[in-house]
Ligand binder design. Structure first.
Ligand SMILES: NC(=O)c1ccc[n+]([C@@H]2O[C@H](COP(=O)([O-])OP(=O)(O)OC[C@H]3O[C@@H](n4cnc5c(N)ncnc54)[C@H](O)[C@@H]3O)[C@@H](O)[C@H]2O)c1
Length: 368
């Protein structure tokens, strides 16, 4: 490996621009070595925005390039598995966006391939890196909330009812809000409270989305705009999740509304995406109070990122790259790995099965 981890970005769309390229730019141990996207016009635009690197329309070229150490896959969901398998075969460390695949089976296959090849693997579950989420986890582990009994999460976005592009078709996205938004909340719930064993879920489609933002007709959506579940954790705790992309008035400059809380035998704590440098905490008989997240939870210990620099609900997202590069240079597993990505997908798939059968479903998570 060169003196810096040479990273190839595969998929030069929104999330690469928002999370991953800024994450690489502030990490002195990493460099943007290559960018891949089949959209040649976008590639030209990124060349002027992101600066010097190899620019290509072929991910196979990146997978075979000996001058690339690691890749970040940020493409439509149906392409994650073939791209990841090619890059793993080429010996690259891989961070892939969520959902890892179009089903638990695909995600488990990606996990096995990375494990068997011995490369680092990571699922881009962004919200694990919010300072308030890290502090909430610390409070739980320290026993400050007592025995955790209950988890609740709500994620509402106010997106337009025009076409959602590849995201609105099952064969390209796997599912709608469930795979796009609620899957993050399944992941951090399991990170906080341990594995989910049983779910009762429901999904609904609110809008047909039969025209593009510039007024052209398109095939109707066949995925969910709303997903919800109640679930049981192996620990005995219970949880309630709800998410939707079509909740009017929750736009909030694109941040939307997010609330997640843990209620324990001694106290409760709340994470909110709009204010990730604070949490709310409460004790029996009192009211919820706003508490500042202590400095040691605002960023990874050795990261040069200034936590006071930039919009709080944006800048913690850069820590995904910090974790990925740390795992590579320290020779340890990245967290969350593909196993965590597959696990969240097993729960999400149980929600779809429960919706179909109108029954509780036991979550099976055999990674093979
Ligand atoms: N972790 C998060 O918080 C978060 C946020 C947003 C999106 N995502 C995930 O990131 C992924 C991308 O989302 P987005 O919003 O950036 O989508 P996007 O549509 O803006 O960008 C995807 C890009 O991938 C390119 N692409 C398509 N096929 C490709 C291929 N074979 N090789 C290389 N590039 C290819 C497209 O041309 C496009 O430019 C999705 O899986 C999504 O679920 C995660």
């Amino acid at each position: 490996m060169a003196d810096r981890v040479r990273i190839g970005i595969i998929g030069a769309g929104l999330v690469s621009d928002f999370h991953h390229v800024p994450g690489i730019n502030i990490d002195p141990r990493a460099t943007l070595a290559a960018v891949c996207d089949p959209n040649a016009e976008l590639l030209e635009q990124r060349k002027s925005q992101w600066g010097p690197a190899k620019y290509t329309t072929s991910y196979e070229e990146i997978a075979a390039d000996p001058e690339i150490d690691a890749v970040i896959i940020a493409t439509p969901n149906f392409t994650h598995k073939p791209i990841a398998l090619a890059c793993i075969a080429g010996g690259k460390h891989v961070m892939a966006e969520k959902p890892l695949g179009l089903s638990f089976e695909e995600a488990a296959e990606m996990y096995r391939a990375a494990r068997d090849k011995g490369v680092r693997h990571m699922t881009a579950f962004t919200y694990r890196f919010a300072p308030s989420m890290l502090y909430l986890k610390h409070l739980l582990r320290s026993g400050a909330l007592g025995t955790p009994r209950h988890f609740r999460s709500q994620r509402f976005l106010d997106l337009p009812e025009t076409s959602w592009g590849w995201r609105q078709y099952k064969h390209l996205a796997g599912a709608g809000d469930l795979y796009d938004m609620t899957i993050h909340r399944i992941d951090f719930a399991q990170d906080l409270l341990g594995p989910i064993t049983d779910v009762c879920g429901a999904v609904a489609t609110f809008a047909p989305r039969t025209s593009t933002p510039d007024g052209k007709p398109c095939e109707p959506s066949d995925v969910d705009d709303w997903s919800a579940m109640i679930g049981r954790f192996a620990s005995g705790a219970v949880g309630v999740w709800e998410g939707s992309t079509l909740m009017k008035g929750h736009h909030n400059e694109g941040v939307g509304f997010e609330w997640a809380e843990i209620n324990g035998s001694e106290g409760s704590a709340v994470y909110q995406l709009v204010d990730p440098n604070h949490i709310l905490v409460g004790k029996h008989g009192g009211s919820m109070q706003k508490v500042e997240v202590p400095a040691e939870f605002l960023k990874p210990a050795d990261s040069p990122r200034d936590p006071k620099d930039g919009k709080p609900s944006t800048v913690f997202r850069y820590d995904l790259v910090w974790e990925f590069v740390s795992a590579i240079v320290e020779g340890r597993d990245a967290v969350p790995g593909f196993d965590h990505g597959a696990s969240a997908q097993a729960v999400a798939d149980a929600v779809l099965q429960s919706n179909e059968t109108r029954q509780w479903v036991s979550v099976t998570q055999n990674l093979g």
